[in-house]
Design a protein around this ligand. Structure first.
Ligand code: A3P
Length: 307
């Protein structure tokens, strides 16, 4: 378990030393045991890369634009997240918001086709996926590490009781000592699998620049035909303004409960700023340089582009 003054409760997992909540050990085996189906649809990505945004889009496409259900039921309950049990075994969830939907049974009993979201790297996914026995479609979210880091810093103040400075957080991020890091190892774990036909990569800034095009691409990938009117309506539903005020997505109630409990050390919202390259006004020029060099070192020869 890490003993850094601002980081406790994490373990290093696997060859790439992924930084996961200490409870991961308890669930490691069961996370690889439940049944995967070919008609499952996964949304994968490092935390704060826009996975919730992508998940709402994917869920609606998979469910034939069932807005009625989307507006009735929390996204967190329409979509399962296998590793949530590891996060949810922590003090916060146990005391504040423990719910049956964090258990793996919730995934096993979910109506098919299931939508499943995960922040786990490829190497820690269910064996039936990594060995190719099952080929569920997987949409993989990518976002630049700087904006991801800023976003995760705010998020960690809410749910991780992070008390360090922003600069310290950036150092932890680059060192791979934030949840689900090291960032580039997480991204590259999927990128190395890019030739598998069941994987589709989507970039956060692509969604910002041309959401209808991304919807078209994802719908085609999922084998769904959408009319232009439907694409327009879905783009509106997925806009930052609309998602920010959507109580089935914005986790406002959960955040309120956490704040009231005195657990959080910050006061941001889940749907927070929604911008591309906003890190420029938050990070020092030195830190931006550090990120650039770290990115260069990690990406040499890989051909990956997150923007
Ligand atoms: P910021 O904190 O930079 O605003 P995840 O869902 O993977 O945790 O990612 C959360 C990030 O996605 C947050 O980034 C959040 O604001 C952003 N996001 C969520 N919905 C969005 C939308 N409709 N448009 C733009 N950004 C969105």
């Amino acid at each position: 378990v890490f003993t850094s003054p601002v980081r406790t409760g994490y373990v290093e997992v696997g060859e790439d030393k992924f930084c996961l909540p200490v409870y991961y050990r308890q669930y490691e085996e069961s996370l690889k045991k439940f049944e995967i189906y070919d008609d499952d649809v996964f949304v994968c990505g490092h935390p704060k890369t826009g996975t919730t945004w992508c998940t709402e889009m994917v869920w609606l496409i998979v469910n034939n634009l069932n807005y009625e259900e989307a507006l009735k039921k929390d996204l967190d309950k329409r979509v399962s997240q296998p590793e949530l049990c590891c996060l949810a075994d922590g003090e916060l969830f146990k005391n504040i918001c423990y719910d049956e939907y964090v258990s793996l049974r919730y995934i096993e009993e979910a109506k098919r086709p299931r939508c499943i979201k995960t922040h786990l790297p490829w190497s820690l996914l269910h064996e039936q996926i990594t060995n190719g026995t099952k080929t569920p479609k997987m949409v993989v979210m990518l976002r630049n590490p700087e904006d991801t880091c800023v976003s995760l810093y705010h998020h960690s103040q809410i749910i991780d009781q992070y008390t360090g400075t922003f600069k310290e957080f950036c150092t932890l991020f680059v060192a791979g000592r934030v949840s689900f890091g090291p960032f580039w190892k997480q991204v590259l774990s999927f990128w190395e699998q890019r030739n598998r036909p069941n994987l589709l990569f989507i970039r956060y800034n692509e969604m910002k620049e041309n959401l209808p095009d991304v919807i078209r691409k994802v719908a085609t990938f999922l084998g769904k035909a959408l009319a232009e009117e439907e694409i327009k309506k879905l783009s509106e539903h997925l806009s930052f303004e609309s998602m920010k005020k959507n109580p089935k997505i914005n986790r406002e109630e959960l955040y309120k409960t956490i704040r009231k409990s005195g657990y959080s050390t910050g006061d941001s919202c889940f749907i927070r700023s929604g911008q591309v390259r906003a890190f420029k006004s938050k990070m020092s020029p030195d830190m931006i340089k550090k990120f650039e060099m770290w990115t260069k070192e990690n990406l040499v020869g890989t051909g990956v582009s997150v923007e």
